[in-house]
Design a protein around this ligand. Structure first.
Ligand SMILES: Cc1cc2nc3c(=O)[nH]c(=O)nc-3n(C[C@H](O)[C@H](O)[C@H](O)COP(=O)(O)O)c2cc1C
Length: 193
């Protein structure tokens, strides 16, 4: 598939069929992430793939996390409830970690701060590589940041203490959404020349 065709064809998929994905397909998608550029070539990402029977455990964790947030007084969990339903439905969810967590309030030492921001950019690029490769393989995908609503529960369950930045759910799409609107280039580009 031509790159621009994949860019134009990609959609966030929120309905998945209940068919598992071959491990080679997931590996091929992760390999696209592996090849992404990163600041100083640090390749700060780490992936945990949840699939098969671990999906049910994950769904329970997400459900509990939402209850915990509500019990803790979080009035709005935003789109998390719907996102967690999608994650439970997808054949596989890739949790994307950054190698360290220096976003806590004391981490104001410039080098740590810069490293965090650079790592986050690198990981964003790696995730986009995943989505485009998935599109090329006719696999539906969803980039997810609602994982922050289940942050402590997911990190404990996945036994990771690095920074959980995002997740990507993958599976065979059970919907074919229209392209979502985008602002025009005129509205987002200023030329200084
Ligand atoms: C950083 C990031 C986080 C996102 N988090 C979520 C999420 O938690 N749940 C969800 O349903 N969609 C999520 N999305 C998908 C966006 O809603 C989607 O990309 C946007 O509405 C445009 O639609 P499209 O991807 O089909 O072009 C996320 C996208 C990005 C880039």
């Amino acid at each position: 598939m031509e790159l621009m065709t994949a860019i134009e064809a990609r959609r966030s998929i929120r309905r998945f069929k209940n068919d598992p994905l071959p491990r080679e397909t997931i590996l091929s998608i992760l390999d696209a992430a592996r090849l992404a550029p990163s600041g100083k070539n640090m390749q700060p990402w780490r992936f945990i793939v949840v699939q098969n029977k671990a999906r049910k455990e994950m769904a329970d964790i997400l459900h509990t996390a939402l209850e915990n947030r509500r019990a803790g007084g979080v009035a709005s969990t935003g789109s998390a409830e719907n996102t967690f339903r999608i994650m439970a439905e997808a054949a596989a969810t890739v949790f994307v970690f950054s190698r360290r967590d220096v976003f806590h309030p004391e981490a104001r030492e410039i080098n740590d701060y810069v490293t965090s921001l650079v790592d986050a950019q690198s990981i964003g690029g790696a995730i986009e590589h995943m989505l485009l490769r998935a599109t090329e393989l006719h696999i539906g995908s969803l980039w997810i940041a609602d994982t922050f609503f289940a942050y402590p529960e997911l990190c404990a369950w996945l036994e990771e203490d690095s920074l959980l930045l995002a997740a990507v759910s993958l599976g065979y799409a059970d919907e074919a959404p229209e392209a979502r609107p985008r602002r025009t280039l005129e509205k987002m580009v200023k030329w200084q020349e």
